[in-house]
Design a protein around this ligand. Structure first.
Ligand code: F6P
Length: 554
């Protein structure tokens, strides 16, 4: 700790100095600082068995050759689902997909994860698919793995807990061991094609223990993690049985990224509750001799490209058809996966209330709710589908006319282009999650608007996006009256106020776009790694006779 305090200032200065080198694609496995101070040699002298042998072995792997041979440092993205574009199929671009594609753009990289297919025969090597300059490496899962890891611990336990819905979590030991088993499987398959200088970036709650598994297999690569969904407060996190094995395993990552400062601070409180944990400088924590850093990196969109897409899509036949079908009705839009966290029931209740208290708006407005089905194998998802369907038919039955349907409800996917045109046509977007990591729909809606005549965004205070899109009409989705009032205000808002609200949000998104998100995260990962490696070397130097307690550097 003394060494840390003494060197803190110069460490940061040195880190900043060398960060530029890292950004232009220097060797990530050995930091610029390591090279500057000759620490690379020192490290390999101390660990003679590590370098050569395994590196040569790895490079003989056929999958490595398929992945591009010895072309230099690669960014290995790991996520549960890998969106391999299949010819002739439309793909829903969720937040994670957009983010990962941005991270891989202009970088040598591989996207590794589950193919989305169930197969009982374990794939010996990941299948390699090249599409549009991205290399995909995918594995299948067995039915049991899918059930216990994906449906089970990930979506019946972690998803509800992290979305503050402890009441919905259904923990079982079988699911827990299935989750750990699949994380081991991912670690084995990843190890088979990993190179020493690869940078690994793991995404989302399915793969929290992956860094621990990789370290246990001896890999010293920089490994970062990003949580796309919210992080609940400490008391809620502690309801997860054996949370230390899962949430505690995040301390094996060099950098753990969150969507908002609130999520980050919730996790900081969790870290500080871990036995023996200490907080260092710059959001760095030391747990059992390991150092991990945390940070907030709000996910974004390709703002300028999305705005262009929407402008063009507004002239498409689909947009024309939608406009014609409205026959003068104003359009309110909701776009969400069918998920209980999205607040769809509350939204329909609020729309119901709006029609009840504002009879002058009946027959003048329609709510278009686009809601692709999701995780349909799970009971809670089937239940929410029933509830939404029943509620919508009640509202339509109650207020509808032969010539007017208050709510148009659609369960199909729309392509990214089609959706952008629909966003542009909508007078108001109703984004009312009860809890959401970020909510990309809110950002896409803003980007899709005509800046001269923009629509109005109504946004839940519980979406991560609310911390950035502060000139939206921010509402509490639990108060139907308030949402109904915001809807009336949005529909009646004069042009100058719509512009005044929309302008700063668009400006913010043009600067804080997805490319910047990826750059900021990767730069922070590089910097974290430099700090950690310099610290370890200094510790070893200051007390040469003591064995290192840093488990990353056995
Ligand atoms: O982060 C949550 C998330 O991964 C989103 O990016 C994505 O839209 C959604 O969940 C997809 O969930 P699933 O892979 O379970 O269908």
């Amino acid at each position: 700790m003394v060494a840390y305090d003494l060197i803190g200032g110069s460490l940061i200065a040195l880190g900043a100095l060398s960060i530029a080198t890292m950004r232009v694609g220097a060797n990530w496995g050995v930091s610029a600082l390591d090279r500057t101070f000759g620490l690379q040699e020192a490290a390999s002298v101390r660990h003679p068995s590590r370098g050569g042998e395994r590196r040569q072995h790895q490079h003989r792997e056929p999958s490595v050759v398929a992945l591009g041979g010895n072309m230099g440092p690669r960014l290995i993205i790991v996520s549960n689902r890998v969106a391999v574009p299949e010819p002739g199929t439309k793909q829903m671009a969720g937040g994670l997909v957009v983010a990962v594609k941005a991270a891989l753009r202009n970088r040598t990289g591989v996207w590794f994860g589950w193919s989305g297919k169930i197969d009982e025969t374990e794939t010996a090597q990941p299948r390699i698919v090249e599409r549009n300059h991205i290399t995909y490496a995918v594995i299948d899962l067995s039915k049991t793995d899918f059930e216990e890891y994906y449906n089970g611990l990930a979506n019946r336990v972690l998803w509800p807990i992290l979305h503050y819905r402890v009441d919905l979590q259904k923990y079982s030991r079988d699911d827990h061991s299935g989750y750990m088993r699949v994380n081991c499987l991912f670690a084995d398959k990843l190890s088979a094609f990993l190179r020493e200088d690869d940078v690994i970036w793991v995404h989302d709650y399915h793969l929290m223990p992956l860094a621990h598994e990789m370290r246990a297999r001896g890999h010293r690569n920089p490994i970062g993690f990003f949580l796309h969904i919210p992080c609940a407060p400490l008391d809620i996190l502690l309801t997860l049985p054996h949370h230390d094995e899962i949430l505690g395993a995040l301390t094996y990552y060099d950098l753990v990224g969150f969507q908002t400062e609130n999520d980050r601070d919730n996790f900081a409180a969790y870290l500080l509750a871990m036995p023996g944990a200490k907080e260092g400088r710059g959001l760095t924590f030391e747990v059992e001799g390991r150092q991990t850093r945390i940070g907030a990196f709000p996910v974004s969109i390709e703002t300028a490209a999305y705005a262009r897409l929407a402008r063009n899509a507004a002239r498409s036949p689909l947009a024309k058809e939608i406009r014609e079908s409205l026959t003068g009705l104003r359009l309110v839009l909701g776009v969400d996966r069918l998920d209980y966290s999205k607040g769809i029931v509350r939204r329909i209740n609020a729309f119901d209330r709006f029609l009840e208290v504002n009879p002058e708006w009946r027959s003048r407005v329609t709510l278009l709710q686009i809601t692709p089905r999701s995780r349909s194998d799970l009971k809670d998802y089937a239940a929410i589908e029933n509830e939404v369907t029943t509620l919508i038919s009640r509202v339509n039955g109650h207020y509808g006319e032969a010539s007017w349907t208050p709510i148009r409800y659609i369960n199909r996917f729309y392509s990214r282009t089609a959706l952008s045109g629909i966003y542009r046509a909508a007078d108001v977007a109703l984004v009312t999650p009860l809890r959401d990591g970020m909510n990309i729909v809110a950002k896409e809606y803003v980007a899709a608007q005509d800046p001269e005549n923009p629509g109005v965004l109504i946004l839940s205070q519980f979406a991560g996006a609310a911390a950035e899109l502060t000139t939206a009409l921010i509402i509490n989705p639990h108060e139907s009256d308030a949402v109904a009032a915001a809807l009336k205000r949005g529909l009646e808002m004069p042009l100058f106020e719509r512009r005044e609200r929309h302008g700063p949000m668009l400006e913010h998104l043009l600067v804080h776009n997805i490319e910047r998100w990826a750059e900021d995260y990767l730069a922070a990962l590089a910097e974290t790694r430099q700090r950690t490696s310099l610290m370890s070397e200094l510790r070893a130097f200051l007390s040469p006779s003591k064995p290192s307690t840093d488990r990353r550097q056995p």
